[in-house]
Write a protein that binds this ligand. Structure first.
Ligand SMILES: Cc1cc2nc3c(=O)[nH]c(=O)nc-3n(C[C@H](O)[C@H](O)[C@H](O)COP(=O)(O)O)c2cc1C
Length: 187
């Protein structure tokens, strides 16, 4: 249950954060969703937690952050099943090249990839990475594959990257991410 008592809960959204330089931007997205009354569950990969702390998302969402399919309160199904059954939209942002590769193959070896596989509702994926990584044929094949399979892919855009150069691979901006959520999960 979301601890935000000032607004009625409108939507149940899972925000899955994987380990890229754009992780910090997701604090703003999670805060904005929570402030408008959405019940937000945040998933953090182990590598994402090297970019941004679990406590930040716990405070902003008001909900415990999930970091493993074996989280303590996930019994008897596992955290991925709990999320799949309670959330109506899954947002993966930033989505790393690693995550996209795993999602395209059905690999489920972490909380992010396992939840992606278990989730039956709309999935919005916002890739973010170095431009060489993005332009690599492998990544392009993988992103095309998840798109063909039904994932809604937004971005990446072109601009300043955390590898300190300009190129394609920048995480979509806050407003574009919020708009994508709204168009696939109307209030
Ligand atoms: C400073 C730094 C920034 C990184 N940024 C990105 C990124 O934006 N996108 C990406 O795909 N990988 C990036 N990586 C590499 C990922 O962290 C790495 O592939 C990792 O295995 C991803 O793990 P995850 O997908 O389980 O979260 C970055 C690594 C470092 C050290």
């Amino acid at each position: 249950m979301n601890s935000n008592s000032s607004n009625a809960i409108q939507r149940s959204i899972c925000v899955c954060v994987t380990g890229g330089g754009g992780c910090y931007k997701m604090a703003g997205v999670v805060s904005a969703l929570a402030q408008q009354g959405d019940n937000v569950t945040v998933i953090l990969t182990g590598n994402a937690s090297r970019f941004i702390g679990e406590s930040t998302f716990y405070a902003l969402s008001g909900n415990p952050v999930i970091t493993s399919v074996f989280d303590d309160d996930s019994a008897p199904f596992g955290a991925h099943i709990n999320v799949a059954r309670t959330c109506q939209l899954l947002l993966v942002a930033p989505a790393t090249a690693n995550f996209i590769a795993k999602a395209s193959q059905g690999i489920s070896d972490c909380i992010a990839s396992t939840t992606y596989l278990a989730f039956g509702g709309p999935i919005v994926v916002a890739p973010s990475m170095n431009d060489e990584m993005w332009n690599k044929p492998t990544t392009q094949r993988n992103i095309q594959r998840i798109s063909d399979d039904g994932a809604i892919v937004i971005g990446p855009s072109t601009g300043w990257l955390s590898c300190r150069s300009d190129g394609v691979g920048r995480l979509e901006e806050h407003d574009a991410i919020m708009a994508a959520i709204d168009s696939h999960y109307p209030n």
